[in-house]
Design a binder for this molecule. Structure first.
Ligand SMILES: [Zn+2]
Ligand SMILES: [Zn+2]
Length: 316
């Protein structure tokens, strides 16, 4: 009887957790010895690893739902999870605390997804007009550098999924073919999403998106949009008065109907700018983490984002 097997398995798992606890081992990832324990640094990497790993892995995410992951701080238990994991999937340059812990504890068990696909260099949230020097760039108070928000291009996320499959296959050769097959299935779904984006954003009245922090560089590049970021690569950056004034000018110039804010950061600045230019504000989710209790996933949030974009940009 399957239900009996399941409950017996659950009991065995519970016993193992108890044993692990008694032994002072803090890594919950050790609870099921049949599965490869994988630590992922934040949601999109968790999504990919769970989809590619399937029931052969046990994934622990360092960033919890509802928490903004850029400035994640690790408690000792999370550092222990990194120490105990068989594979650690992270994105170098996105979360300083994770970079540091991985450098100290990760050894050769790490997979840095920024090596999977070349990263874009972030401009300072501004964009160029034809025949004009980059007018918004000069005021940027943000650290330009590699832009980590690579998951917002679904085709790049598909490439990351392929590489995660390779990495899991190296750690667990017995399931290598399964990892490859699941990455391929995920790629199909991501490419479908990519086609929906390309089609829906083909004919639009505007192509400029005013966003809270400059998280949408890859999305903008993939679908020929122009990102006007209020702050830089991190939501923690405080926009200068000059930057705010520039964004207002830009928003007016491009007749923006919508100023976008995020789910995990304060909407205040976006709302102020929206009032100033007579636009509305709406959510465009950078999918750095899920909202607590949501039933959505990367694919569904991307589709919600697409609806918000086509409405804001007047796409037909
Ligand atoms: Zn970000
Ligand atoms: Zn402009």
């Amino acid at each position: 009887m399957p239900s009996r097997t399941t409950s017996r398995r659950a009991l065995a798992a519970a016993a193992l957790v108890a044993l692990a606890g008694a032994g002072g081992c803090t890594g919950a990832a050790d609870a099921d010895p049949d599965r490869v324990s994988v630590v992922t640094a934040f949601y999109p990497l968790q999504f990919v690893t769970e989809r590619v790993g399937g029931d052969a892995v046990r994934v622990t995410s360092l960033a919890k739902p509802g928490a903004e992951p850029h400035d994640l701080e690790l408690n000792p238990q999370q550092v222990a999870q990194i120490t105990d994991a068989k594979v650690i999937v992270y994105l170098k340059g996105f979360q300083p605390a994770v970079d540091e812990a991985v450098a100290q504890e990760g050894g050769d068990r790490t997979f840095d997804v920024s090596t999977a696909t070349p990263l874009l260099t972030a401009s300072a949230g501004g964009h160029d007009h034809e025949g004009e020097a980059g007018h918004a760039e000069e005021s940027g108070d943000e650290h330009a550098g590699p832009d980590p928000h690579v998951w917002l291009d679904p085709t790049r996320l598909a490439t990351i999924a392929d590489k995660v499959a390779e990495r899991l296959g190296a750690a667990d050769p017995a399931h290598a073919a399964d990892y490859t097959a699941r990455a391929k299935a995920l790629r199909t779904e991501l490419e479908t999403l990519d086609r929906e984006y390309a089609q829906s954003l083909k004919n639009c009245q505007r192509r400029e998106i005013v966003t809270s922090h400059s998280a949408f560089g890859y999305l903008a590049e993939r679908y020929q949009l122009e990102q006007i970021g209020i702050t830089g690569l991190s939501p923690e950056d405080e926009p200068s008065a000059q930057r705010l004034a520039d964004v207002v000018t830009e928003a007016r110039q491009h007749q923006a109907t919508t100023i976008f804010f995020e789910t995990l950061a304060s909407p205040k600045v976006a709302e102020t700018i929206a009032r100033e230019v007579g636009a509305k504000s709406a959510v465009l989710d950078p999918i750095e983490g899920l909202q607590p209790g949501t039933t959505g996933d990367y694919l569904s949030v991307m589709r919600t984002n697409l609806t918000a974009l086509t409405s804001a940009l007047g796409c037909s």
